[in-house]
Design a protein. Structure first.
Ligand code: ZN
Length: 431
């Protein structure tokens, strides 16, 4: 049978929904003010155990969840107690109940957990959440960091990792010259989970992070994905020497595109004597060039060929374009041995002195990384997920209007892309 509660006091308690409080009253207005006090029995002095005396009471206002759409404040009548024993060093103290609100936060406990989900899980902005609560930005921000840090540092988040990736990402532009500050993402590329972000891209920080994980954790790593720089390779050499190395397809294709772009700009300069302008055929071709060939429709393809005929008299850009498309073809093969002979033939062709300088440079890189490039065909892992992570991080940064504090940036990025266990949000202890 349906039980309808009609006792006014009990109705209020149910609506307010906080443990062990008496609802004293409600003050109408915007925000709505709900006055409560803790139910209590006379406590003993935490220092000496003597029954305490009530000293006074003061009202502490904390931001709570909106009540029926209205921004709401909890007016908590907090008692202050004193110890009657004159010899006790504990003179007086204020009652506290972390179930209602943490003493360090201006948001109720339930409000803080809710805000962390809104911002961290659903990627909402702190400003929007603050508007819903009718409070200032800092109140929400502090709560998200306090609950968020407890969630992202939960040890279960760092379970055994089979495929590890490192990637650099721009964290912030800082200082009078807007100097770029980089960070390194540490990623479980098998699961597509951002494990952590550490400052810098020189390798010392990710190496320290990995070493800190311990021997057993590192031993479980079977494969490591690499961009084509030596820095992260050195990190893997030092920390997971047993793991297979795979050159990440995303970075290989990216390099081929960069070389194509360099070539286009050089030829542009050599033929016209200036940097690309709006009507220059090569400048107009730049987007079509970097598009994947199969995505060019017939029209785009003939347009590209026309632009190249007009702006690329020696056919160098066309050669670089062809080289890029051939590099992409590498990943159509399924067989590692086949892929290796493909890379070798490709690199041989590219380093031929008749080739444009950019294509020769690409060929030398392919040669240097040939085994790791072919190794992809055994593992099929890619920093692709890492790049997706980085896009998420960029999105988080946009939402938050850029971060200047690395610790804040780390928590926000991990809440969003680090796959924390959100079922723990109700139970973690805020920092
Ligand atoms: Zn005492």
């Amino acid at each position: 049978m349906l039980v309808v509660e009609s006792d006014p006091e009990r109705m209020l308690e149910l609506l307010v929904g906080l443990p062990d409080v008496n609802v004293l009253g409600v003050v109408e207005g915007r925000p709505l003010e709900v006055h409560v006090e803790c139910r209590w029995s006379r406590p003993g002095c935490p220092e000496c155990g003597v029954p305490a005396h009530l000293k006074d009471q003061r009202v502490v206002i904390v931001v709570d969840l909106p009540c029926f759409g209205k921004p709401t404040r909890l007016a908590w009548h907090k008692r202050r107690w004193r110890c009657p024993d004159g010899d006790c060093p504990n003179r007086s103290w204020t009652e506290r109940d972390e179930r209602i609100a943490s003493v360090r936060l201006a948001l109720t406990d339930r409000g803080g957990r809710w805000a962390t989900v809104e911002v961290g899980r659903f990627g909402g902005s702190v400003k929007e959440v603050a508007e819903v609560l009718g409070c200032d930005w800092h109140t929400v921000h502090d709560a998200v960091l306090a609950y968020g840090e407890a969630l992202v540092d939960h040890p279960d988040r760092f379970a055994a990792v089979q495929a590890l990736g490192l990637d650099e990402v721009l964290f912030v532009r800082e200082g009078p010259y807007r100097r770029q500050q980089f960070s390194t993402s540490i990623v479980d590329v098998g699961r597509g989970q951002l494990l952590d972000v550490v400052p810098g891209r020189r390798g010392a920080e990710p190496a320290a992070w990995l070493e800190n994980k311990g021997r057993e954790w590192l031993a479980a790593v079977e494969v490591a994905t690499l961009d084509l720089s030596g820095t992260y390779r050195a990190v893997f050499d030092a920390t997971v020497p047993h793991a297979a190395r795979v050159a990440d397809p995303f970075h290989v294709v990216k390099l081929a595109n960069e070389k194509l772009d360099e070539c286009r700009r050089r030829v542009q300069n050599e033929t016209l004597g200036h940097r690309g302008r709006k009507h220059d055929p090569l400048y107009r071709s730049r987007r079509l060039l970097t598009m994947a060939d199969e995505r060019l429709e017939e029209h785009g393809r003939s347009k590209l060929l026309g632009l190249l005929r007009a702006g690329d008299p020696k056919g160098e850009v066309a050669t670089a374009w062809h080289a890029k498309e051939t590099v992409r073809e590498l990943y159509c093969h399924d067989d590692a041995a086949l892929a290796l002979s493909f890379v070798d033939r490709l690199a041989d062709d590219m380093v031929d002195p008749v080739q444009p300088v950019e294509v020769r440079s690409l060929g030398r890189t392919l040669r240097r990384w040939r085994l790791k490039i072919a190794a992809w065909h055994d593992w099929h892992v890619s920093n692709g997920p890492t790049e997706a992570m980085n896009n998420l991080i960029k999105r988080v940064k946009r939402v938050a209007f850029g971060f200047t504090n690395f610790a804040n940036y780390r928590i926000r990025a991990l809440l969003y892309a680090g796959r924390p266990d959100w079922s723990l949000i109700g139970s973690v202890t805020p920092r």
